[in-house]
Ligand binder design. Structure first.
Ligand code: GTP
Ligand code: MG
Length: 455
């Protein structure tokens, strides 16, 4: 493998092809070259699971892999599922299934096989040898989609890091595999091994350099957030399964024009915009990358800076596709990730989107609370969402006592216009007001605060 200076992002399939030699298009006999929507890779997708797993989930995950494959630029020409008692260490799936896939590949002139499960370097090489076309796993396809979509410098760095973290363990596998074929054992040193060690060293060095650059990005972001905190603007983050309508909702709430696509992982980089909330004033909403089941761990690590942007928000807007047949599973995946990131203590508003597309009964079947039903695309019930956001922002308010001397008492009227005054008490030298203030108001009225105590 050759690493280019500046870390060019190469799709995983190129790396597999470079090991195999070029792919011949069996239908035309011509070399296929780059994949593009007009000239997609013909893919066979393989679902795998154990007898103890939920069969429906295996099928759903495979259907999703087909969507991922299209988003990646491939065309699914066949699918197959194998349920096993246990995974095979050499090939993951059983030898009979390997044979079946090989025949499917030949019949359908497929040029790549994608397995809906992590595969090791050794397994990929063994399968590739038996089947005759490159073998990718779900993670590689997801990371490849990210690679195709990354636009900003930061996004590209994150993807490159994810790719390298994905490659390192595969390379260990490849090395062990090559040793066993040479009939050698640990301690046998061949020329291939030295080259591989060099590659691994170069990758490790690059990983270190990218991590350092991304650390800089994180620092810069956290300074920006500290500035916002000082200005006390309530912050919201749109999170949720990919393709549920987060970016469409951001556009509706903030009159923006961020890119919206009927595709998984349309958004990679976070965007923060201002939204006006009645009785609260300005607030900030961040839109970010969507989630998916079995999100690769190295992608999560690489996108730490991006995810922190949402993690710092005071309130989460969990956007859900009410029209998706996989809605419950998608909610579960997002809830699990919320827990994994340690965000479960944050207030969450469940935003059930796409009501224009979902049968109305579905609205009675959902349990999550507090919730709101909207259509981001049609701009329906966005006011209701704003109201919920206002309630959530006000819940961030603090109940405080303010003291106004006789000369300043005219300011109480001003305060009453922008906040809720619970009660007032006359004192000998002025008036004490008990009020509930937003973080922004708190900083504006700070010179009148008696104490920031709850009552
Ligand atoms: N019918 C319908 N479609 C919607 C609605 N909201 C969004 N969509 C469509 O759903 C698709 C995905 O919308 P996005 O806003 O890009 O979704 P996202 O959650 O930002 O997706 P990623 O960034 O890929 O994670 C697009 O085709 C939108 O037009 C809605 O209320 N009703
Ligand atoms: Mg988006």
């Amino acid at each position: 493998m050759k690493l280019e200076a500046g870390g060019a992002i190469k799709p995983a399939v190129y790396q597999e092809i470079s090991k195999l030699g070029k792919i011949e298009d069996k239908t035309t006999g011509k070399n296929q070259g780059h994949h593009s929507p007009k000239n997609p890779y013909r893919a066979i997708v393989v679902g795998v699971g154990l007898k103890t797993d939920n069969f429906l989930e295996i099928k759903e995950s495979l259907a999703e892999l087909e969507d991922l494959c299209s988003a990646w630029g491939g065309e699914v020409v066949g699918n197959v599922v194998q349920i096993l008692t246990q995974y095979q260490s050499a090939t993951l799936i059983g030898s009979g299934k390997v044979q079946e896939i090989r025949e499917m590949v030949e019949e359908s002139a497929a040029s790549v096989v994608i397995v809906d499960h992590n595969i090791t370097g050794v397994q990929a090489r063994n399968l590739q040898k038996d089947i005759g076309v490159p073998i990718l796993d779900r993670n590689q396809v997801i990371v490849d989609i990210f690679a195709q979509r990354a636009k900003t410098h930061e996004g590209k760095l994150q993807v490159e890091l994810a790719q390298m973290l994905d490659q390192l363990p595969r390379m260990v596998g490849a090395w062990m595999g090559s040793l066993s074929r040479q009939g050698g054992g640990i301690g046998t040193r061949g020329p291939g091994e030295t080259a591989l060690e060099n590659d691994r060293r170069r990758i490790r060095e690059r990983v270190k350099a990218i991590r350092k650059q991304l650390e800089g990005v994180r620092k810069h972001r956290s300074q920006q957030r500290a500035f916002r905190k000082k200005n006390k603007i309530p912050t919201f983050a749109l999170i949720g399964y990919t393709n549920t309508g987060k970016s469409t909702l951001l556009n509706q709430l903030t009159n923006s024009q961020v890119e919206v696509k009927n595709q998984v992982f349309a958004t990679l980089d976070p965007t923060t915009r201002k939204v006006f909330l009645p009785e609260v004033g300005d607030a900030l909403v961040t839109d970010t990358v969507g989630f998916i089941r079995k999100l690769p761990a190295h992608l999560i690590e690489a996108f730490k800076a991006t995810l922190e942007e949402s993690g710092e928000a005071e309130v989460l807007l969990h956007v859900i596709d009410l029209a998706s047949p996989q809605m419950d599973q998608q909610i579960k995946v997002v809830d699990e990730l919320i827990a994994e990131f340690g965000w479960e203590k944050k207030p969450i508003i469940y935003v059930f989107n796409k009501i224009d597309k979902a049968p109305v009964e579905r609205q009675f079947q959902v349990k999550a609370f507090p919730r709101v039903f909207v259509s981001a695309a049609k701009g329906e019930a966005i006011d209701k969402l704003r109201k919920q956001m206002t309630v959530a922002a006000q819940a961030l308010n603090e109940s405080v006592e303010l003291f106004f001397s006789k000369e300043e008492e005219h300011k109480i009227y001003e305060l009453s216009r922008e906040s809720r005054i619970e009660k007032t008490e006359a004192a000998s030298t002025g008036t004490i007001c008990y009020a509930s203030l937003t973080p922004a108001q708190l900083s504006r009225w700070s010179s009148f605060l008696v104490q920031n105590k709850k009552y």
